[in-house]
Design a protein around this ligand. Structure first.
Ligand SMILES: [Zn+2]
Length: 314
């Protein structure tokens, strides 16, 4: 079955101030990768608008109303020193929510094995009641809760290999034993959470890495902590928070992952999804701030999601 890619031009209208790392060029770069002849075996779909019902499964009404009220007609509105909205930001975020939920619908309806949401802003720092770290709504958490509410499955896992800890997903999943959150990330680093000792109700698995750690340490963290726990959890759907800022070239992190490491992690997760979830994976783009590193990471990840078949039709 094919790999779906969800995108929308709205991602190009979320403006951030000059010098902000989470910039429009990121998604231009991702669009070049996903539209390259190398990936012509993928099926492209336009993301629908996300809905209030979808968002309120993960966020408070207060948070949702605060984001709506902050949306500016022009210029920039700062939600915190890092997190900013322009006139196009709300639509971009709503499309990213809608894309993630539509991908869940398609994958669970057997339209595809897996799907990649090639959209911005990222989402994993957004907590139930707080926007932060460039994130307005938590697309991965919203997608997980959408799957449970609409498709009648119980156990959904999010695995996050962004260089930053997904405090938002951890926050939303914290007390629900049928939601799994596993994360590799650099520590210490923004947002400061993600210690091994943060375990929720036995459903949170943090595997912090230190500055300078590379593929070997990343693989050990995955093999020792995340993957065995994920296997025991037996997810019915696997969601990946796919950030590529752990790449060696990235200016925001100091891990030293390369393209092959992202491919390796993706293939490991696919194996577990094959065992427990009929191969069903929805992958959501998170960070990645060096354009070359981002392109390489997305390419390697997508190639893996295509079961390595991308190049066959070249
Ligand atoms: Zn990040």
């Amino acid at each position: 079955m094919p790999t779906l890619i969800y995108s929308h031009p709205a991602s190009l209208a979320h403006e951030t101030p000059a010098g902000h790392p989470e910039r429009i060029d990121r998604i231009r770069t991702v669009h070049q990768v996903i539209r390259s002849p190398h990936f012509k075996a993928t099926i492209h779909r336009e993301a629908p608008l996300g809905t209030e019902v979808q968002i309120l499964r993960a966020h408070t009404e207060e948070h949702y109303q605060r984001i709506l009220a902050a949306s500016p007609e022009s210029g920039f509105e700062y939600l915190d020193p890092d997190t900013v909205m322009s006139a196009g930001s709300l639509a971009a975020a709503l499309r990213a929510v809608g894309g993630a939920c539509a991908a869940v619908d398609s994958v669970l309806a057997n339209d595809a094995d897996n799907a990649f949401i090639a959209m911005r802003p990222p989402g994993h720092h957004a907590e139930a009641n707080r926007a932060m770290g460039f994130c307005l709504f938590n697309h991965a958490a919203i997608a997980a809760l959408h799957a449970r509410a609409v498709h009648g499955i119980e156990r959904v896992a999010v695995v996050d290999f962004d260089v930053h800890h997904g405090n938002g997903t951890q926050d939303i999943f914290w007390s629900d034993k049928n939601l799994f959150y596993g994360s590799t990330h650099q520590m210490p680093l923004y947002p400061g959470s993600g210690a091994r000792s943060e375990t929720g109700v036995g459903n949170i698995f943090n595997a912090p890495l230190k500055a300078g750690d590379a593929g070997a340490e990343f693989q050990t963290a995955m093999e020792d902590i995340i993957l065995p726990a994920l296997n025991l959890f037996e997810p019915e759907l696997l969601i990946i928070s796919a950030g590529f800022d752990a790449h060696v070239r990235d200016p925001l992190g100091s891990l030293e992952l390369e393209e092959d490491d992202f491919a390796w992690a993706t293939l490991q997760l696919m194996e577990i999804a094959d065992t427990h979830a009929k191969g069903k994976i929805v992958s959501v783009l998170e960070g990645g701030y060096d354009l070359q590193g981002l392109a390489g990471g997305v390419g390697a990840h997508l190639q893996a999601l295509l079961h390595g078949n991308a190049a066959v039709e070249d």
